[in-house]
Write a protein that binds this ligand. Structure first.
Ligand SMILES: Nc1ncnc2c1ncn2[C@@H]1O[C@H](COP(=O)(O)OP(=O)(O)OP(=O)(O)O)[C@@H](O)[C@H]1O
Ligand SMILES: [Mg+2]
Length: 512
């Protein structure tokens, strides 16, 4: 199992520091580039292989596909992500003491904070949840309590683990599903004297032996048809477990927290006899329903829970957006909503620091969950957060304001770039949209200008500008602009459509 990893790769300073801190050989700490990692004790999930192979550079490269600039932020999240894998590879007792370095991302609105988090979640394939700090209320008030973020994370983790496990039993489950469907189509012949009529009429009073053979042959014929998809639209009746429409949410409302309520709900529905309902479905539909059913029969849910807890604890990432909204402006705490904001910050402390949170799947320890907080901090400053909380986010990364050049790159380069999105929309109706280079430059210039003159909303401005620019075309397709047309957006067009608006400040305040 412990494949020695070649030492050929040069150690970066970071790795050297790590290895000297951890009293363990470099072999366990440095995985080969994209190579299987030795020593995977606490995380044997197949899906993890992909992320385990991701080095910080690769993570940044992945983020680069969607986010322009913001290199500092990308590097830091990449390091944080990789550090957790490094930590899991540490053999000695110090492993438990290596705390995640939580990150605070600071940057004005629309520069990519949330986008980085969103993409990170995809890259990480780790349990990930994004919450808005402003949605929480202090314990005791009506609203969401901060612990719910850990419960959300757990939900994610459970579905991740379940997915991974499903993958491992899928083939086997599919086999049983095929048999079940065949049983419905061609009920098997009971050998003990009693012969059931088979759906394919034989009109002979033959002996059970021949019946059996015939049945078997028909069954095989149908199996082929089933596999070819020839029977997909045929309706069959299957038994499905009815989900119990329990109304105990009503009783529990306000009197207990979500976790206990969900637990209670599970307990009660576990005690109720499982209702089975007959449903008529097409074979292709039925196959899906039955597959879910069969897979869950093959999976031990206790194991799922256990692994999900481990996964959330060791690899979970919680992104707390809008954290500046719970920072009090003055720090004097002078009454009003500030009191509650500070309360939320205080409630956050133990979770970020590490505590045990009760979820319906069991107790989750938050010690090693990675927290990334982000905020624009236009009004409040990071120093307006209570000092204890500031201390829990030791890594500060500032996101840069976007330049006009960034804007033109954002319009063009990301995988989901706006120009590509609009092109796809038009192409759906076989209209081909394109932009000249100077048109894109002009859009970027105007967006940048409006941001300066009206209000800086970052790259979001590009959305409003683009939609204003292209709205008329979107309206005219396909009535006036028909399939196979080509639209070339030129600088002149951009100027014609937008420059009067840009010049007229009042208008642009409303429209762009
Ligand atoms: N650096 C960037 N590269 C590519 N696209 C970006 C970048 N920054 C912002 N965008 C685009 O702008 C939109 C808004 O960005 P995002 O949601 O990340 O803003 P934010 O920094 O979270 O702002 P807020 O503080 O208002 O929440 C995104 O949908 C994204 O498409
Ligand atoms: Mg945001």
């Amino acid at each position: 199992m412990a494949d020695p990893v070649p030492r050929s790769r040069k150690l970066s300073r970071m790795e050297v520091v790590l290895s000297s801190n951890c009293h363990c050989s470099t072999q366990t700490i440095i995985p080969g580039f994209g190579r299987a990692i030795p020593n995977r004790r606490s995380f044997n999930y197949p899906i993890m292989d992909q992320i385990l192979a991701l080095t910080p550079r690769q993570i940044v490269a992945e983020l680069d596909k969607y986010i322009i600039g913001q290199n500092d932020a990308k590097r830091n999240v990449a390091i944080a992500l990789r550090n957790r894998i490094r930590r899991l590879m540490v053999k000695s007792d110090i492993q438990k003491d290596i705390v995640p370095n939580n990150i605070l991302m600071i940057g004005s609105t629309g520069v990519g904070k949330t986008e980085i988090a969103r993409r990170l979640a995809k890259v990480a394939q780790a349990p990930f949840t994004k919450v808005e700090a402003s949605k929480f209320t202090e314990v005791g008030y009506v609203g969401r309590d901060v612990e719910s973020m850990v419960r959300d994370l757990m939900e994610q983790s459970v579905s991740l683990v379940r997915e991974m496990k499903n993958e491992t039993v899928k083939a086997k489950a599919a086999e049983s599903v095929e048999e079940i469907i065949l049983d419905i189509l061609i009920p098997p012949v009971k050998s003990a004297g009693f012969t059931r009529s088979i759906s394919v009429n034989t009109d002979t009073d033959s002996e059970p032996g021949t019946d059996c053979e015939l049945n078997e042959r028909t069954r095989e014929r149908f199996r082929d048809k089933l596999r070819n998809g020839e029977l997909d639209d045929r309706k069959i009746e299957i038994n499905v477990k009815a989900s119990s429409p329990m109304g105990i949410g009503m009783i529990g409302n306000g009197m207990m927290d979500d976790a206990s309520m969900a637990g209670l709900q599970d307990m009660i529905s576990g005690m109720m006899p499982k209702k089975v309902k007959k449903r008529k479905l097409s074979i292709s539909e039925a196959r899906k329903v039955l597959l879910e059913d069969e897979m869950s029969k093959l999976i031990d849910f206790d194991e799922v829970k256990e692994e999900a807890i481990k996964l959330a604890e060791n690899n979970g990432i919680i992104f707390i957006d809008e954290i500046d909204k719970i920072a009090s402006k003055s720090g004097k705490g002078g009454g009003g909503p500030d009191v509650s904001r500070e309360g939320v910050q205080r409630d956050l402390l133990p979770i970020v620091e590490g505590s045990a949170v009760n979820t319906k799947y069991g107790v989750v320890n938050t010690d090693h969950i990675l927290f990334i907080a982000a905020g624009a901090f236009h009004v409040a400053k990071p120093s307006d957060l209570i000092p204890e909380l500031q201390g829990r986010f030791p890594i500060r990364v500032e996101l840069q304001s976007l330049t006009q050049e960034d804007f033109s790159r954002i319009l063009r380069e990301p995988k989901n770039a706006l120009t590509k999105q609009y092109q796809a929309l038009f192409e759906a109706e076989e209209v081909y949209l394109d932009f000249t280079d100077d048109a894109i430059e002009e859009i970027a210039r105007l967006a940048f200008l409006i941001n300066q003159e009206v209000e800086n909303i970052g790259a979001r401005r590009l959305h409003t500008v683009m939609s204003h620019l292209l709205n008329d075309y979107l309206f005219e397709v396909p009535d006036v602009i028909q399939a196979n047309s080509k639209i070339m957006v030129t600088k002149q067009m951009v100027e014609d459509r937008l420059s009067t608006l840009v010049k007229n400040r009042d208008l642009s305040q409303y429209i762009l």
